[in-house]
Write a protein that binds this ligand. Sequence first.
Ligand code: ZN
Length: 266
Amino acid sequence: MRALKAANFCIYCGGMPERLTDEHVFPYALGGELVVPKSSCPKCAEKTSRLELFVLRRMFGKARAKLQMRSRRPDKRPKEHSITLIMADGSEIDRLVSIDDYPFHFTCPIYSPARALRGLLPNEGQVRKIGIWSTCDEDQVHRLRLRYGAADVSLHMTDLNSTVLCRFLAKIAHSYAFATEVQDYIPLTREFILGLDIDPNFLVGCEDAFKIVPTSDDGLFLRTWISRSHYPGFVVAFIQFFPSRDAPVYHVLVGMMHPSTGRHSG
Ligand SMILES: [Zn+2]
């Protein structure tokens, strides 16, 4: 665990209560080692841990268990998961299989690049373009097919909640930017992390517009990207879960450079 200098204030709401908790930048359960001591008030900690719990358990739970990633409550992990066998005659049979036999699979939402980086306002409409990215260990699926004589095997989707995931990505990005002491920017994500109801794709998106590959081991890296078209430039964080599986790279627009320090590259 790598602890940095204590913040001594809440990095989310700016409050300075007596009791401040330590913040894991990248979740402990996903291998995060970076900690900012005394950087969250109890109220904000409750909000951010609710996001973390949902993402780690409901969205990433099966994938984490399969990869044997660490857990604070390993005894609470399910020992079996259900699958649906699709037989040659079209009938379907639900069956429980052990974690060992259950194939690795991981599904997550993908987005267009953050609207703010494209010079667009938040989309107020109900229709949001969200894609799905999915990966699965085909060999393990094939083995199950053979074992049960099934034509196909259907793995049950995990819970996808796009807004929760985007808030969680924003939380990681915001604390990472703080931890790495990027200077002189105006933070943009705090209200969204704490629950502001705004288009998640305004500040969070996927990397296809940038072609940036995270390089650090924990799948998180931050760089300051000076926008060519939008003065005075933005601080953008890039985040990838399960880098060994080539999962999508998300980006979060963490902040805007102060006009006095942002370099305008034209
Ligand atoms: Zn707070």
